[in-house]
Design a protein around this ligand. Structure first.
Ligand code: PLP
Length: 384
């Protein structure tokens, strides 16, 4: 038997309904949306419907959505694209230590080209200090990039307040919403967000597709494309559109949006139950603020156990990770930014609950931990 899957921040299974929506576009409706004949037209119609579905989730218009290969590409296009378009106005970018590598690494790359990059620290609860953000902004600042929901500790950054600070100063505001889309309300008008990255595979969609929202007016965002070629996607992102994947993205966003409130309430119940049970075991610490936080996220440190041993014993029973899936083996930069030591970071567990997580599964995980933890602590103390 395979372990119980509690790694929904890494990826999710494809929803059966998304699978059904995608099916025709792999074979019978195979046209290139750029072709001027019925094969192209039916593919184009499907792409435009997906664009409307994504736009609706963000309270924007379809012409502000550009399809990409995922959130990594969307982040790269937003950050490098803004840097290349606005460098004559200023060369300072502000981001946060707890961002995903797909934000931090493009920023660090730009630093090698002569941009100044501020990586703001976070408070012990994982949230940024708005005053500190405000103080970091200068007339040279062209972009602020702060994620909506953290992929390790689930905390939600104060987007509306950040949007206000940026708008007042004419600074562009980008947010990586890979973990937030379909889970919390994301209205780019209310939040004053100028660029927003998202991906399909964290919400029951296929891997390899995502989108970037690019504000069209007040202000109209300029971006230098990072892929040059056929001029698709208003020249922002060349390359033949991945029609079946885009259809899957649209369907996944639409389903997540329609079921958001009920599903998030269900996950919050499961997550709360899991945390109460772990708390009852004693010697556990919650990483990141309890609220505001994604309903399906719990990140805890188990004190007095060896991290490697803990994860080795968890592996066959429950699929979780210590940090993000992409940085396996190294201590999580997010947990270190919260002030944890490398040893405490290693004995931390990210539980990611999602659409197919059941109460019975959580009960099994709790029962296993109730046996495992005292055993691990005994061996640890006898060894010392
Ligand atoms: C998963 C994730 C990404 C990367 O998305 P891909 O579509 O896999 O490239 C970026 N940022 C965050 C916060 C994520 O959780």
């Amino acid at each position: 038997m395979r372990p119980i899957y509690l790694d929904y921040h890494a990826t999710t299974p494809l929803d059966e309904r998304v699978w059904q929506a995608m099916q025709p576009y792999w074979q019978s409706r195979f046209g290139n949306p750029a072709s001027a004949h019925p094969y192209g037209w039916e593919a184009q119609a499907a792409v435009e419907m997906a664009r409307e579905q994504v736009a609706a989730a963000l309270n924007t218009t379809p012409d502000s959505i550009v399809f990409t290969s995922g959130a990594t590409e969307a982040n790269n296009l937003a950050i490098k694209g803004v840097a290349a378009a606005y460098y004559s106005r200023g060369r300072h970018i502000v981001t946060v230590q707890t961002e995903h590598r797909a934000v931090l690494d493009p920023c660090r790359y730009l630093a090698t080209l002569g941009f100044r990059v501020t990586e703001l620290p976070v408070q012990p609860d994982g949230l940024i200090d708005l005053e500190q953000l405000e103080q970091s902004l200068t007339p040279e600042t062209i972009l602020v990039s702060v994620m909506a929901a953290n992929n390790e500790i689930g905390v939600l950054q104060p987007l509306a307040a950040i949007g206000r600070l940026c708008r007042e100063r004419g600074i562009l505001f980008h947010t990586d919403a890979a973990q937030a889309i379909g889970k919390i309300p994301l209205d780019v008008q209310a939040l004053q967000v100028d660029l927003l990255s998202l991906t399909a595979h964290k919400i029951g969609g296929p891997k390899g597709v995502g989108a970037l929202y690019i504000r069209r007016d007040n202000p109209r965002v300029q971006l230098v494309p990072q892929l040059h070629g056929g001029g698709q996607e208003q020249d922002f992102r060349s390359g033949t559109l991945a029609v079946p994947l885009i259809v899957g993205l649209g369907a996944a966003v639409q389903i997540a949006l329609a079921e958001r409130e009920m599903e998030q309430a269900r996950l919050l119940d499961l997550r709360t139950y899991l945390w109460r049970e772990l708390e009852a075991l004693g010697e556990v610490r919650l990483n990141g603020a309890w609220s505001p936080r994604l309903a399906g996220n719990l990140n805890v440190t188990f004190l007095g156990v060896n991290g490697a041993e803990l994860h080795k014993r968890l592996q066959p029973v429950v699929a979780v990770s210590a940090g993000s899936a992409c940085s396996t083996g190294r201590p999580s930069h997010v947990l270190l930014a919260l002030g944890l030591s490398p040893a405490l970071a290693a004995s931390s567990v990210r539980f990611g609950l999602g659409r197919w997580t059941t109460k019975a599964e959580i009960e099994q995980v709790v029962a296993y931990l109730q046996d495992l933890l005292p055993a691990l602590r005994r061996t640890r103390y006898t060894k010392v």
